[in-house]
Ligand binder design. Structure first.
Ligand SMILES: C[S@@+](CC[C@H](N)C(=O)[O-])C[C@H]1O[C@@H](n2cnc3c(N)ncnc32)[C@H](O)[C@@H]1O
Length: 327
């Protein structure tokens, strides 16, 4: 079911001067997570934290040993599912990348959807990814583990738009990813298309970052952002731990991996930034939110409809001019 939510004031942030306690509080949580990962991936993650480690070598080991990162069709699958959802429910026309300037927020370690944008004929593609390591895509191990299989997946989905050698050359010429956050982006163009998948919930200064985004976005830009409001740990109980305590306490215990804004907050931030986005609720398992013993912070500041949104899409509503030809 689709429903628009009214904007509710963003939660207050409270005391953030307790970082040392936060690190300690996080330790047991992190140790539990380690138990779920392949041992070679754990070794790469430990090496990453050593000050003398070679960043690029560690990143490559991380990717090669991460079944999730190496899945060649994972992000394309998300993108297509999201577009289909908007086509069915919101009269969306699929995005035409030809000749467009594209900005991706938080593409992840392998350049995310930006590779698809280059494959589909985008003119320039720019990504902001604080965790980005340069030259990863041209490493022979990554070419074998990801780039070639990803090219095969793109060719199967969109046709033989370019051979592998051309794809590789185009990535070098047209794709740039900076290791910065959205607030520090310098794309050098006004973006026609702005994409993100499961990223906005990780941006601590989201309202400011969205205001910055307006400065390098074309007035008629098309946006599609999938935001996941769950705890990113437990699919069966996505709101457990979050709603059991106020945000400050959550950050102490689990770190600041998510900003804890709710669906209405993200909508309000995008509206006050002037992005003109609509929100479509994708998944709203009310019974899973009701199953949590709500701390008064959440009960007093939010409606249950809002608390129950697990995933939502923020997108540019269609108008007749939206897919105008390139001038
Ligand atoms: C859950 S990951 C998603 C990565 C990728 N989009 C995917 O779906 O696999 C969230 C990403 O957001 C990035 N991120 C965190 N803060 C950011 C910021 N301020 N600006 C841009 N990206 C950010 C993280 O480094 C991380 O790669």
């Amino acid at each position: 079911m689709l429903r628009r939510l009214v904007a509710i004031s963003p939660p207050c942030r409270g005391n953030v001067n307790r970082m040392n306690l936060s690190a300690l509080g996080n330790l047991s949580h992190r140790l539990k997570l380690v138990g779920t990962l392949p041992p070679k991936l754990v070794a790469a993650k430990i090496a990453k934290r050593l000050p003398w480690s070679n960043k690029r070598a560690v990143r490559i080991a991380e990717i090669v040993h991460s079944p999730k990162d190496r899945e060649a069709d994972r992000l394309l699958g998300f993108f297509r599912t999201q577009e289909s959802f908007l086509v069915e429910n919101e009269g969306w026309a699929p995005i035409d990348f030809t000749g467009r300037n594209v900005l991706e927020i938080g593409p992840g370690p392998l350049g995310g959807l930006s590779l698809m944008a280059v494959f589909r004929g985008a003119e320039r593609v720019y990504g902001v990814e604080p965790d980005w390591v340069d030259d990863v895509l041209t490493d022979p191990a990554i070419e074998d583990a990801y780039l070639r299989p990803h090219h095969n997946v793109l060719s199967a989905a969109f046709g033989n738009l370019m051979d592998y050698a051309t794809f590789r050359t185009r990535l070098g010429e047209r794709l740039k990813i900076d290791a910065v956050g959205l607030s520090d982006a310098t794309p050098g163009f006004a973006a026609d298309i702005v994409l993100s998948n499961s990223c906005l919930e990780h941006i601590g200064d989201l309202p400011d970052a969205l205001s910055a985004l307006v400065d390098f976005t074309a007035d008629d830009a098309r946006h599609m952002h999938l935001v996941n409001f769950g705890n990113h740990r437990d699919r069966e109980a996505p709101f457990a731990t979050i709603y059991e305590m106020p945000p400050d306490q959550y950050r102490l215990k689990y770190g600041a991996h998510i900003n804890l804004l709710r669906a209405s907050d993200v909508f309000a931030a995008s509206a006050s930034a002037g992005l003109g986005l609509s929100m479509a609720i994708v998944d709203q398992p009310v019974e899973k939110a009701e199953a949590v013993d709500l701390h008064p912070y959440w009960r007093d500041n939010y409606e249950m409809d809002d608390l129950a949104v697990r995933t939502a899409l923020y997108f540019t509503p269609m108008s007749n001019e939206t897919e105008s030809p390139i001038p």
